[in-house]
Design a protein around this ligand. Structure first.
Ligand code: ADP
Ligand code: DP6
Ligand code: CO
Length: 355
């Protein structure tokens, strides 16, 4: 190994919030899902991961990962799969061009920071593994496409594959046993629907009791509702959602988003023992959105919850006062509510404003 030089590259990746949810693995080793999913990628300016990847022969012999200043275990199969795949792509480049420095055998040192709650149901694993994979790809000067990187990020955390794109993104479950077609693709860029907004209601920043990985494993093993969801409900929702996005039909988008969230959380309740991700404040947010829609006489706001109590509310800019304004005053005085953590996000250039 040549010199002691430190090579490094940094990147940021945003979170994405699914409107058709991934929940269930058909192959836990390759992280292949039981159904396809669709998400909206939120702003980099607000909820994001910042990651630096470095390598050097001076780093000793071990790879390492520091997340929000705490050392993480990198020996897990999923982090190892990402490192292995990226090293192998770098090794191919090195084999074809002898003038390139031999970075692939060097230990990796990854330093990552999330500027939002980790493991609280706000998609930290999505932004986290998307940033990890892209930082190493940049370090290795790989020319891989976002879809190719999504195949690698998927092995770190399923939802991460969708954070390699902005805008509206589908994760196609794929059919192949090796997972090579289980990748993310763009449904539409953010600029396609520039009036779309998201409000993030941070109900709790605490680490969830049941991680997504183990929650979905228990669901697959015990829930009968789950099978119907994966085989019948989600394929229907996928078709409706992709059509709603293409046609910028907010009523259809909103209805599927809410029914999807409800279907996913019903499946969690049908898991044995049951998993409760929603709490009283989450349910108050659902009722407040219902009231807003009833008053408007149509769907102008749509709630969705990932594996945690925090709500994301989608709406269009013209309805900002009727949705964001009303929600803030309706929920602002509730116990357990942290009004200061309400964030508004524009989805055109995905610039965010915290209020
Ligand atoms: P979330 O709802 O936040 O995605 P998960 O249970 O899916 O929660 O995943 C949380 C886990 O993801 C963390 O415990 C950590 O292992 C991993 N993770 C989160 N952020 C990062 C990051 N920036 N880099 C690497 N791994 C991360
Ligand atoms: C409810 O991607 O966090 O947010 O692949 O085990 O890391 P692992 O799970 P993860 O699950 C996300 C579940 C979800 C729905 C979604 O993002 O589609
Ligand atoms: Co996650």
């Amino acid at each position: 190994m040549a010199d002691q030089k430190v090579y490094q590259a940094s990147t940021t990746a945003p979170v994405n919030i699914a409107v058709v949810k991934y929940w269930g693995k058909r192959d836990p080793k390759l992280n292949l899902p039981t159904n396809s999913s669709v998400s909206v990628t939120l702003s980099q300016a607000d909820l994001r991961t910042h990651t630096t990847a470095a390598c050097s022969s001076s780093f000793g012999s071990e790879d390492s990962l520091l997340l929000n200043s705490s050392p993480q275990d990198v020996t897990g199969a999923r982090t190892q799969a990402c490192f292995r795949e990226l090293r192998s792509l770098r090794a191919q480049l090195e084999a074809s061009d002898a003038s390139l420095p031999k970075l692939s055998p060097l230990p990796l040192r990854i330093v990552s920071e999330n500027n939002f709650p980790t493991a609280a149901g706000l998609a930290s694993s999505a932004a986290g593994f998307a940033a990890l994979v892209r930082a190493i790809a940049n370090l290795y000067e790989l020319s891989s496409s976002p879809t190719e990187l999504s195949r690698i990020a998927r092995q770190g955390s399923g939802s991460a594959c969708r954070s390699l794109f902005g805008g509206y993104v589908a994760w196609q479950m794929g059919e192949k046993a090796d997972g090579s077609d289980s990748v993310a693709v763009e449904v539409a860029p953010a600029s396609h629907w520039p009036t779309m907004r998201a409000l993030i209601l941070v109900v709790s920043a605490e680490k969830k009791g049941v991680s997504s990985t183990s929650g979905m494993q228990i669901t697959v093993a015990t829930s009968e509702l789950f099978q119907r969801r994966a085989e019948v409900v989600v394929p229907r929702h996928m078709l409706k959602m992709e059509k709603a996005i293409k046609e910028k039909d907010f009523e259809a988008f909103g209805k599927v988003t809410m029914m999807e969230s409800n279907s996913f959380h019903a499946t969690c309740l049908d898991t044995f023992p049951p998993i409760f991700y929603l709490n009283d404040v989450s349910r108050a947010a659902i009722r407040a959105v219902e009231d807003i829609n009833t008053k408007a006489g149509k769907v102008i706001a749509a709630y969705t919850f990932d594996a945690g109590p925090n709500a994301v509310i989608y709406y269009e800019e013209e309805n900002t006062e009727a949705v964001a304004g009303v929600l803030k005053s309706a929920l602002g005085n509730l116990d357990g509510w942290q009004g200061r953590d309400i964030k508004e996000q524009a989805s055109d250039n995905l610039d965010a404003r915290a209020v």
